[in-house]
Design a protein around this ligand. Structure first.
Ligand code: NAP
Length: 520
């Protein structure tokens, strides 16, 4: 039997009492560890986090909590090698892809530590200016934001066991709100190990960070009115969460990051340089983390007349991608995370193929150092619609997210048609635009801003500088309307809003004055 990982709740390590679920190496097929949450006293776990963790965190200033985040970052930095080993074994990722998760998490943590240091020694935030409520200016209204007196429960997806924890925990802990994280079972090991290192280092007050691995049974039942829930995962699970009594009856605040049919759009009349930038970015986005990124490009919108040329250029790049065992230095793309994901990608691909043609076949990639009957590896597949009319008719391409190295080339008639096709995703996390004319790019970006959480604009002047279509930077908003879940994360200090309660204080200016931060 493999090792059973412990949960950390109520200030102590506790093993589940069941047999547990096994975590596997998706390349070798071997069992790695097991997780189990059976028999935990969840009520006690949540109460301890709220009372001990929340109390201790709220007693600290933003600056003190920011210093605490910096200390967490140092602990994690010192164990980076171990995290890379876990990622290779449990996520089947090549080093560069593990970095997106591991170093991406550390970078985000460091960013919030720096932002928090700028907030100084205050324990609440002033929200806007005070406003007089009547003729006499003595009686005014001042909005403030204070940390919510509850716990932040995170239910995370399998594709980012590190970043998915820290991009949420950094703003929560900086806000003064304790965290309970439930990682997706398939890749829970890395999250569990990171929490273990941070807990053992003693850099956080007791109760501020807990981890529960295994089934989510009973977790939502624990939620109370001042708790918050941040969920990342599929639209199906999101639907269950939205209709849970804690959310429906107790008004628990919920943030949902779900799936998304992100697009890359080549502007009409774009220069050859802009075309090259699109081709490079599409091939990169399809293959990074084997396409298992919520922000990955799924639809490539191009002028009808250029579709064949672009298909060829993307396919030529994809053909060079070596796929297989991430331990082999020549491999550029590792595995999908599990047999279940492999099957889901194969089924999704079959569905898309009912309406689109194969332009580059992932099956043409022989696996390097990996047994195809065991390894959850697939080559990248580019699909395409034959013309602009087909782009309108092929509903499934705009509706079904294949969570793997798969994208579809979608030809459009004109600029207005391209924007309409991008919106067919019904709300996405990100769209990227490729072109050379700043005015047109700015107009198109605004046109897409209501249906996308982020619009990433690539013109030749920033060709070597931009941060990547799919890379989520802590400075920018992450989340999207509609089917993307309707959530908002990150965006610098905006992220703190989710973990704070806003209230208006109506009082004499003499009462309001001491609430304002002292001028420095
Ligand atoms: P999932 O099946 O919905 O699982 C997500 C999480 O929910 C896991 O921790 C899972 O636990 C838990 N869960 C499952 N059933 C639950 C229930 N009834 N109540 C409460 N929790 C429950 O999604 P996934 O397959 O792991 O993730 C892939 C999806 O996530 C993709 O569609 C992708 O687009 C999306 N995603 C979105 C973002 C974003 O930021 N927008 C980021 C990454 C991924 P178990 O693992 O134990 O089942």
């Amino acid at each position: 039997m493999t090792e059973l990982l412990s949960n950390y709740v109520a200030g102590r390590w506790q093993a589940g009492t069941g047999a547990g679920s096994a975590l596997f190496d998706p390349v070798l097929g071997t069992e790695l560890v097991r997780v189990d949450a059976t028999g935990l006293d969840l009520a006690a776990a949540f109460a301890f986090a709220r009372d001990s963790g929340g109390g201790a965190l709220r007693a600290m200033s933003y600056k003190q909590r920011a210093d605490m985040l910096a200390a967490v970052g140092q602990v994690l930095q010192s164990q980076r090698e171990a995290y890379y080993e876990i990622a290779t074994a449990n996520s089947g990722t090549v080093k560069n892809d593990s970095a997106v998760d591991i170093d991406g998490g550390l970078f985000t943590l460091g960013h919030y530590a720096r932002l928090g240091q700028g907030l100084g020694e205050q324990r609440h935030l002033i929200d806007g200016d005070s406003a007089r409520l009547g003729k006499d200016p003595l009686f005014q209204s001042q909005h403030v934001q204070v940390p919510t007196r509850g716990v932040a429960l995170f239910i995370n997806a399998f594709n980012f066991p590190s970043w998915g924890l820290w991009e949420k925990a950094a703003p929560a802990l900086l806000s003064g709100v304790p965290v309970i994280v439930k990682p997706a079972t398939a890749t829970a090991w890395l999250t569990q190990r990171m929490v273990q290192d941070v807990v053992n280092a003693g850099v956080l007050p007791a109760g501020s960070l807990s981890v529960i691995c295994g089934s989510s049974n009973g977790l939502l039942d624990q939620l109370q009115p001042f708790d918050v829930l941040s969920f990342t995962g599929s639209a199906e699970t999101a639907e269950l969460i939205r209709s849970h009594p804690a959310v429906a009856r107790r008004s628990v605040r919920v943030n949902i990051e779900a799936d998304s049919l992100n697009s890359a759009l080549l502007m009409p009349g774009a220069s050859a340089e802009a075309v090259d930038l699109l081709v490079k970015e599409v091939a990169r986005e399809m293959t990074v983390k084997s396409g298992q990124k919520c922000t990955a490009i799924r639809r490539v919108l191009v002028p009808e007349a250029q579709a064949a040329q672009i298909a060829q250029a993307i396919s030529a790049r994809l053909a060079k991608t070596s796929v297989g065992n991430p331990r082999n230095e020549s491999v550029r793309m590792g595995a999908l995370v599990s047999r279940a994901q492999l099957q889901s990608v194969q089924e999704g691909l079959a569905l898309l193929k009912t309406q689109a043609q194969v332009l580059h076949d992932g099956a043409s990639h022989a696996l390097v150092d990996a047994d195809p009957s065991v390894a959850c590896c697939v080559g990248p597949t580019l699909l395409g619609l034959k013309d602009a009319a087909a782009s309108d008719a092929a509903g499934v391409v705009h509706e079904h997210e294949v969570f793997g190295p798969v994208a579809t080339l979608v030809p459009y008639r004109d600029g207005a048609h391209a924007l309409a096709l991008a919106r067919r995703g019904q709300g996405s996390l990100v769209a990227s635009l490729y072109g050379s004319e700043p005015g047109e790019l700015a107009r198109a970006a605004l046109e897409l801003a209501d249906s996308h959480g982020r619009v990433h604009v690539i013109s030749p002047d920033v060709g070597a500088l931009h941060t990547g279509h799919g890379n989520v930077m802590p400075q920018s908003l992450h989340g999207g309307p509609g089917r993307a879940g309707g959530g908002e994360e990150l965006g610098g200090l905006r992220a703190l809003g989710f973990y704070h309660r806003r209230a208006a204080i109506q009082a004499s200016t003499a009462v309001l004055e001491p609430l304002k931060p002292a001028a420095t």
